[in-house]
Design a protein around this ligand. Sequence first.
Ligand code: PGA
Ligand code: ZN
Length: 433
Amino acid sequence: MTASSATAITSVKGRRVWDSRGRPTVEADVTLAGGALGRAIAPAGASRGSHEAIDLRDGGPRFGGWDVTEALRQINGAIARALGGLDAADQDAVDAALIALDGTPNKANLGGNATIAVSMAVLHAAAAAAGKPLWRHLWDRGGNSGTPVLPLPEIQIFGGGAHAGRRIDVQDFMVIATGADDYDQALAWTAEVYIAAGKIMAERGLLQGVADEGGFWPAFDANEDAAETLLRAIEKAGLKPGEQVAISLDIAASEFGRGGRYRLAREDRGMSSGELAEMLLGWVGRYPIVSVEDPMAEDDPEGFIAFAAAAPKHLQIVGDDFLVTSADRVRAAARDKTVNCALIKPNQAGTVTETKAAFDAAQAAGLGAIVSARSGETEDVTIVHLAVGWGARQLKVGSFTRSERMAKWNEGLRVADALGTAALPPKSAFPWG
Ligand code: PGA
Ligand code: ZN
């Protein structure tokens, strides 16, 4: 297409906005010749994989070193010049231009925060120019027919690890409403569990505060106590554990393990990968746990292989820090049988095209895929549209409190209204189904 077409990029502008941790982050506005505007904000992780796209920060004394003036300088300078005149409807070409301009394997020059904000803003602009909501734009462009379904929510109740002062070692104790008839019911059941968990915590004097993703920050003495309390909360909510609502864990083991050795600070216990696997699989045996993310550290593929080989077939094993939304790593994981599901975080990859490539690699290899937010978030709801428009079966955005999380769950309700159905994927689509 020529630069004079309605979808030609005429301006790219970056601005500093603020995330859910009160830290600076990058927002991008992309304007097209026909007047369409696309806008997106980069999220930020705290328990990051070492192979993720670089989150470019200024360092120095301002805002604890988190400022983003250099990333914004890249957007308003080199990126704006490189993208000017390109066709926003050709996302691959736009992202290829970003990748070429950066010239590194991990967006170290431009910053993955700069590139993902711009890449997602371009996508929004193209959808706006097409006069469609983003989920519809993606669904149609993917050559799909029929009606998309809503993703099954994975929702945090207790937060730990790097998101809660390491009060417990395990990062996320979540629920998945495996028995829900639709998206609406999945959220409603989760709300009941959240309220019940709060009551139990208050009764036991365990309430300490709010973790980064909005879940309770509990004063448990042992990691397993969190799983036990979550089971009680599901029961107290009047729901059937494992049948209606199941438990899901993100161990985020890279945060407390290296070189095949692990250290649970809370319990003052060191262990090998084999002992960690034995402990986690013991929990899987005792509690209605259907999914475990990053059970081993990112540098411990042997630990993953042994864990996966010993795990029951119904267990979903998710790679986050281990796969960092990389198509190559996803393919390797399928080959080595380390995990059976990939977490998909756009800012780990740095562009929409690379994120989609990792998602497609998971689908092609028969792995599951969960589109996911980060611990540092904003009102941006792009990931909900990616999940619906790409046909991802699961969505993870943190807890069931605080507006940077609820904005996303609520966006799913709006999409369901537009679709005229809140249907979820068939239960047989999941390892536990
Ligand atoms: P992060 O945590 O966004 O801080 O990396 C989320 C996760 O580990 O899934
Ligand atoms: Zn994770």
